[in-house]
Write a protein that binds this ligand. Structure first.
Ligand SMILES: [Fe+2]
Length: 180
């Protein structure tokens, strides 16, 4: 379940309040319970998934993909599995820890692990959102944000795309209000 964190380190888990604040900058957050079947849990516990295992887990949540196709025209989806032993992990994560936007929506359904999105409000204030299993988030195109993994270095998430060509970070150069 999502947790909102402010620069003074205060936080909240009040989902309606979090959703309302996110909505002011166009972001949708939904609670979609993660799969709970024994086989899904077994896959979500593994550090690494091969392609067949990714497809197996994607199939379990394909009703969500069908909903997004109907609702908003999402055309493709894949599964990203990040773990502490991926070669080049630090370089990969460094691309997303600076404030940026994309020209396509950034849509993620977290199945396991943990990560942190950061956002900029219209008045320039910043906050972070801890996302864990069961959090679905849609960050619209051109919304300033950043992403860090935190200490666990593991996350499994479904990524939904309208057009993958728009999913390159464009850096805005804005400074973070959060200490490392
Ligand atoms: Fe991004």
């Amino acid at each position: 379940m999502a947790r909102m964190i402010f620069p003074d380190q205060t936080d909240t888990r009040d989902l309606p309040a979090i959703q309302a604040k996110l909505a002011t900058i166009g972001i949708t957050l939904r609670h979609w319970p993660a799969p709970a079947q024994a086989r899904s849990l077994e896959l979500m516990e593994k550090a690494v998934l091969d392609d067949a295992e990714k497809q197996e887990l994607l199939a379990v949540v394909d009703d969500r993909f069908e909903e997004l196709k109907r609702e908003a025209g999402y055309a493709t989806r894949d599964m990203i599995v990040i773990h502490e032993n991926i070669p080049g992990l630090a370089e990969m994560l460094a691309k997303f820890e600076k404030i940026h936007y994309h020209t396509d929506d950034e849509v993620r359904y977290i199945l396991a692990g943990k990560g942190y999105f950061g956002f900029v409000e219209s008045d320039g204030k910043q906050f972070m959102l801890e996302v864990t299993a069961g959090d679905y988030i849609n960050v619209p195109a051109n919304t300033e944000h950043w992403f860090i993994l935190g200490d666990s270095k593991r996350i499994k998430a479904v990524r939904y795309f309208i057009d993958t060509s728009g999913w390159t970070p464009v850096y805005t150069g804005r400074a973070l209000q959060f200490a490392d």
